[in-house]
Unconditional design. Structure first.
Length: 340
């Protein structure tokens, strides 16, 4: 008999670390971790099994389903926004073809199981594309269906995969001669900029905030690639993990939507710097905007409307800006670099 597992792709990333640790602490013994690189020893011991490889490798995914019954997928693997702009064709392959392959895997596993496999997909505020700073200021809190005309490959990939997931969830083979009852229980979160005390940023265009924090904790100088008046929404990593698990556990009957905004707090890059300097006096943080990256961030909203998430599955962040810095980021990052 194949053993039932929860498949987590991109397990070595910032979110993968937090998710695996939280699920293991909650008693999950059915985690199967997949990443391009060998899974960190600290994570591997929390998993039933680990695999090293590319999500585009069909032989690898066939091997996984030959040994395990996949009952739920957290698809965290992606080529992030900054890197995607350097290799847009590769980003499309990884972010779109990789997601399509896993949706097909979920569909096949749904047939085997006789019930829909949950497919949890982290999306991003990169799906938005506001045309000007005037529009951005005027728009305020953006709803899920507004301004989804991204200017980056990563944003294009994410908004397309949201629609792919919605199709597999609600409209799969709708013109087939016989009704195809298969489908995937697709659920997606549009995350703001994420800030983790335990892992360093890895290629996101919103990483100017966490990069400030980690540089200050190490005692390194840092020059932000955005202006100090730049405002985008952020979220502490523990809230991001809570959101993934809350949405995964929500009753399908309560969900009218597949894709949800979630918010926590919005602050400017200048305010982020002030908080970091208060925590690490003498930190050398300056601003040296990169026109291209600044241009991308300027198309993202200053805040998002997460009414649907709050109403349909009870989303409520634990960390506002004060709690995020005072109770999570600063004490935890001090511990991290003290140990190092």
């Amino acid at each position: 008999m194949r053993k039932p597992v929860v498949l987590i792709t991109g397990a070595n990333g910032e979110m993968g670390h937090g998710l695996i640790e939280r699920m293991a602490a909650d008693g999950h013994e059915d985690i199967l971790a997949l990443d391009l690189h060998p899974i960190d020893d600290s994570l591997a011991k929390l998993c039933r099994a680990t695999f090293v490889g590319n999500i585009l490798d069909h032989h690898l995914t066939e091997r996984i389903v030959s040994e395990y019954e996949v009952k739920e997928i957290f698809h965290l693997a992606a080529l992030l926004s900054t890197r995607a702009e350097f290799t847009p064709e590769t980003a499309h392959e990884v972010n779109v073809q990789g997601t399509l392959g896993l949706l097909q895997l979920a569909l096949e596993q749904s047939s085997w199981r006789g019930e829909r496999v949950k497919f949890i997909f982290p999306s991003s505020i990169a799906v938005y594309g506001l045309p000007s700073m005037e529009t951005k200021k005027r728009a305020g809190r953006i709803k899920e269906y507004e301004w989804t005309a991204p200017t980056t490959m990563y944003g294009c990939n994410k908004v397309y995969c949201e629609n792919l997931g919605r199709y597999f969830s609600r409209y799969y083979r709708q013109l087939a001669a016989e009704s195809d009852r298969r489908g995937v229980d697709f659920r997606s979160l549009r995350f703001p900029g994420l800030v983790s005390a335990h892992t360093e940023p890895s290629g996101g265009t919103s990483d100017f905030g966490p990069e400030m924090l980690h540089a200050a904790a190490r005692g390194d100088a840092y020059a932000s690639f955005v202006r100090e008046d730049t405002i985008i929404p952020f979220m502490a990593m523990p809230d991001a993990i809570d959101a993934l698990l809350q949405l995964a556990e929500a009753d399908r009957g309560d969900l009218d939507h597949c894709v949800f905004n979630i918010g926590s707090f919005s602050i400017s890059a200048g305010e982020f710097r002030e908080r970091v300097v208060r925590a690490f006096p003498g930190a050398e943080i300056t601003f040296d905007p990169d026109d291209a990256r600044q241009g991308i961030v300027d198309t993202w909203p200053e805040d998002v409307d997460d009414t649907n998430a709050r109403k349909e599955w009870g989303w409520s962040p634990k960390y506002d800006a004060d709690r995020a810095f005072d109770e999570y980021l600063v004490p935890e990052i001090r511990k991290r670099y003290r140990k190092g």
